[in-house]
Every structure is written in C-alpha cells, then in structure tokens.
Design a protein around this ligand. Structure first.
Ligand code: BT5
Length: 261
C-alpha cells in the first residue's frame, strides 16, 4: 500500500507516467469535458488520457458520469486489442475484471462485478453501490485500425456529501485512503495483463468472468434498450459474454440485482 496523497492534491504527470509503467504515453489535462471524447479525437494505441477533473463525463446510452474536482480518477486508455471481431463483446467484461483486480490489490476494498462492467461495493445495509463505471468505445486509428477507447471512472476519495447519486459510493467511504495515482498504477498494469490474456485465451477470460460475476445466480430485472423490462434468474453467460436470463441471451441492458427478501 502506498502513502495517501493529501486530500485534493492535484495529479502530476510524472507520477502518473511512472505509475503506468513503460509502454504507455500518458497525457494529463487539468480539466477536460470527457477523456473518452478527447481520446477518440485522434486515437493512438498505447496512449492514456487522464483528466484531473472531468466536466462532462459520459456514461453509457447518453447518460452522464459526474465527479467533483480532485477526488476521482477519470481516464481513457486507447489500445489495439488485437482480437477477433467476435471477441470484442468480451472486452468490457475483461476490463471490469482488470479494474477489480487493480482496486482490490491497491485499495483492499472488496468490489464485486455486476454484468456487464460495473464495479460495486456492498454496503453494510446490503445495498449494491457503484464505485466505478466503464465506457468502452470502438473507434478507428488514422490508418483505419480498430481501436478500443476504454474509459474508466473510479470514485476514489469522494466523501458522502460529494456523491452524485444515492447509488454511488467511493473507495474512501469503503474505508480506503488510497491515492488516485496509486489506484491508477495498479489498474493500468492489470489492464495490460488481462488484454494479453484476452488475446491468447479469450475462453479462459470469459470463464474467469463467469466465476467472479456477482450477477450470475441472482434474481435480476433488466431494462432492455427498447424499453422492455425483464425479470428472471441470471443463469450464466454465452460465448459472446451475453447474460442469460433464464435461457434468453441479453447483449445490452441495465441490470438491477434484486435484493433477496
Ligand atoms: C457508466 O455508465 O458507468 C460509464 C461511466 C464511464 C465514466 C468514464 S470517466 C473516464 C471516461 N470519460 C468519460 O467521459 N467517461 C468515461 P452507466 O452505466 O450509463 O452509468 C451512468 C449512471 O451512473 C448515471 O446515470 C448515474 O446514475 C450514475 N453515476 C453518475 N456518476 C456517477 C459516479 N461518479 N459514481 C457512481 N454512479 C454514478
């Protein structure tokens, strides 16, 4: 574990670059609208765009990702995953595994995975609260190579009064005083490791996700993109990483874990 930064200390480029390790080119913006938008403007593999503060963070389906200045980690990693097209749907699952690995290692917080790529912390009252969001976008390099922009937002030092929504939490609230730079330095190498595994053994990554994903085996309600709502037991995943609710494969949708009564 590293020494915590004093509260609200700004991120520093040298420290972030050292934390990411060799092979990455890191840029740091004091304030940016959205690191995903910045990274997608001129996407270059093996670059990471970090914003100390994001003012128009994006979630999935045009939702927003809101974080106060100074206490959240918001960054986008651009990679050429080098995987077959049919394995691209596994990328969000692999990224969630990597971020969970990094957070558990550095912050020692017991995060759980909700399909497809939310990281939750279970409160003492039994509520699942979101500590990290992931937004994955497929773009093309100037040379026409498909690249992934992997946007990661982690609520590191937010206090209860900073939380943007009642369903959010932070590593600090979960009891960790880890710094944003230390979390970055743990998550980026974990991401590199899982991307290597996805290239060589996609089936094994999927199997690991299946074992670790807290959604599987639970009662869920799923809001589908067309507005349909589905309730049932999440029974597993298919080879494309789709969630099976009963026997029905779900490729995209918002899942709510139904609390056991
Ligand atoms: C996500 O969307 O969870 C993806 C969030 C990705 C954010 C990163 S930050 C770096 C990069 N640059 C960007 O612009 N984005 C990425 P979704 O599953 O749609 O969840 C969005 C919902 O989470 C919102 O509608 C709120 O209900 C909730 N939310 C917003 N801000 C939150 C926060 N800080 N912590 C927890 N929940 C939040």
């Amino acid at each position: 574990m590293s020494t915590p930064e004093p509260a609200w200390s700004p991120l520093e480029l040298d420290a972030l670059s050292a934390a990411a390790g060799p092979g990455w080119s890191v840029t740091l913006h004091g304030t940016a609208a959205s690191t995903n938008a910045l990274a997608a403007q001129d996407p270059v593999a093996d670059t990471i765009v970090v914003a100390d503060h994001q003012t128009a963070g994006r979630g999935r389906l045009d939702r927003s990702w809101e974080t106060p200045p100074g206490s959240a980690l918001t960054f986008s990693v651009v990679v050429d995953p080098g995987i077959a097209d049919h394995d691209w749907p596994l990328l969000p699952l692999a990224v969630a595994l990597a971020v969970a690995d990094g957070v558990r290692r550095e912050a020692d917080v017991p995060v759980v995975l909700k399909w497809p790529n939310d990281l939750l912390v279970r409160s003492s009252a039994g509520d699942d609260l979101k500590v990290c969001g992931i937004l994955l976008e497929r773009v093309q390099s100037a040379a026409g190579v498909p690249l992934a922009v992997i946007g990661i937002g982690i609520n590191v030092g937010l206090r209860a009064e900073d939380l943007p929504v009642p369903t959010a939490t932070s590593l600090a609230i979960a009891g960790s005083s880890v710094s944003r730079t230390a979390v970055f330095g743990s998550v980026v190498p974990a991401l590199a490791t899982i991307l290597d595994a996805l290239r060589t053994e996609p089936g094994a990554v999927l199997e690991r996700y299946r074992t670790e994903c807290d959604t599987i085996g639970r009662e869920v309600t799923v809001s589908l993109p067309d507005g349909e709502e589905l309730t049932g037991t999440a029974t597993g995943l298919d080879r494309s990483g789709r969630l099976l609710v009963g026997e029905r494969p779900i490729g995209a949708g918002d899942v709510v874990h139904v609390r056991p009564t």
